[in-house]
Design a binder for this molecule. Structure first.
Ligand code: PMP
Length: 363
């Protein structure tokens, strides 16, 4: 196979990026048109970068219909640093933060928040091996909580919230790392949304934070400077040197989404891709989806085969056939097809054909 042939990349992240974005980045890598330097070589204080940053922000604002009282930040440290920054900035003294425990990443968020203050786990599906999202009536919200934290899509377990939970007037915080911009989102229902970029937004090393302006007032002056949302917002993400290349690619991804018809269009595509794969999983008893039907993720599709031995064989043969990255997370095993926005529909169709043939020869 020529080294430039692209495989179908089912990796959970860093994940597949849109080919037109990669091609434009390649064209402009050595010298941005009219600039004569690569985006990685220009000052983050230059007019050129200022425009790229403003374009990335405007692109996202338009796509997701982000209200004007929300700020958009590009930070570093991944979603994992947000596990700390969220409680450090938003948890008010003498109050608790509510966390919904829906999987491995939610647990990590809870562990970090506990280092900062009081955490109430207000709902958990651990007893069900995280195979579903709790219902609204299962959430026992704390009156006067500083915020409620959810993980909108559970990358490892393959579940997602189908509706935004009702948390009254308490700010809702979402780790949307693995489903951000996979469909329309009503940002006004959230106080803060964060996401590592490396699934639906761009390369790793840049973290998107969308935060309601009034919440910036909660950032204590004594916080470490780099960890303060207020400082980051006051400096338009330029307190220090941001991931300039990451912000540039993010901007291109926004343009690509717009060219496809925006978030409703990508949502329809995502529905189609996931439906195709889930219907193959459900067709016979050979494959078994691990998430309960009503909680199934459209982004990370987790399934098992009759034995671990067969799962290993499946992964090996799928890789050889050009379907890469299907092994489930090491903590849960099984198989996982991550089919983010940029994952092509023909790759899903190809996997379905492969699955049929595998079942015919191994079932
Ligand atoms: N939250 C979720 C839902 C994730 O999927 C991941 C990464 N897979 C993280 C947090 C951690 O992200 P990062 O590696 O950017 O810190």
């Amino acid at each position: 196979m020529p080294t430039t042939t692209r495989l179908f990349n089912f990796s959970a992240g860093p994940a597949v990026l849109p080919v037109p974005v990669l091609e434009q980045a390649q064209r402009d890598l050595v010298a941005l048109p009219g600039v004569g330097m690569s985006v990685m070589e220009i000052s983050h204080r230059s007019k050129v970068f200022e425009d790229l940053l403003a374009g990335a922000i405007a692109g996202l604002r338009e796509l997701a219909g982000i209200p004007s009282n929300y700020r958009i930040l590009f930070l570093q440290g991944g979603a994992s640093l947000q596990f700390s920054m969220v409680p450090m900035n938003l948890l008010k003294a003498g109050t608790a933060a509510d966390y919904v425990d829906t999987g491995t990443w939610a647990v990590k968020a809870i562990e970090e928040a506990r280092r900062v203050g009081t955490v109430n786990v207000t709902g958990s599906t651990k007893a069900d091996k995280y195979n579903r999202i709790p219902t609204q009536s299962e959430l026992q919200l704390t009156p006067g909580a500083s915020f409620v934290h959810i993980t909108s899509n559970n990358t490892i377990e393959g579940t997602e919230w189908k509706a935004v939970p009702d948390v009254g007037t308490v700010p809702l915080v979402a780790d949307a790392s693995s489903d951000i911009l996979s469909g329309p989102i009503d940002v006004s229902k959230f106080g803060l949304i964060y996401a590592g970029a490396q699934k639906n937004l761009g390369p790793s090393g840049v973290t998107l934070v969308i935060v309601r302006e009034d919440l910036l007032e909660r950032s204590d002056k004594n916080l470490p400077t780099m960890l303060s949302y207020k400082v980051q917002a006051d400096n338009n993400s330029l307190y220090n040197t941001p991931n300039t290349f990451g912000v540039y690619i993010f901007g291109l991804v926004m343009q690509w989404l717009k060219s496809l018809g925006g978030l409703s269009a990508i949502a329809r595509q995502n529905q189609r891709k996931a439906a195709l794969l889930y219907s193959e999983i459900d067709r016979t008893g050979f494959y078994r989806g691990t998430a309960q039907t009503e909680s199934r993720s459209l982004m990370n599709i987790t399934f098992r085969l009759p034995s671990e031995e067969l799962e290993k064989t499946f992964d090996r043969q799928a890789s050889a056939a050009g379907f890469d990255g299907l092994k489930g997370h090491r903590s849960v095993g099984g198989l996982r097809a991550s089919i983010y926005n940029a994952f092509p529909e023909e790759g899903v169709a190809g996997l379905v054909d492969f699955m049929r043939e595998f079942e015919r020869t191994h079932g």
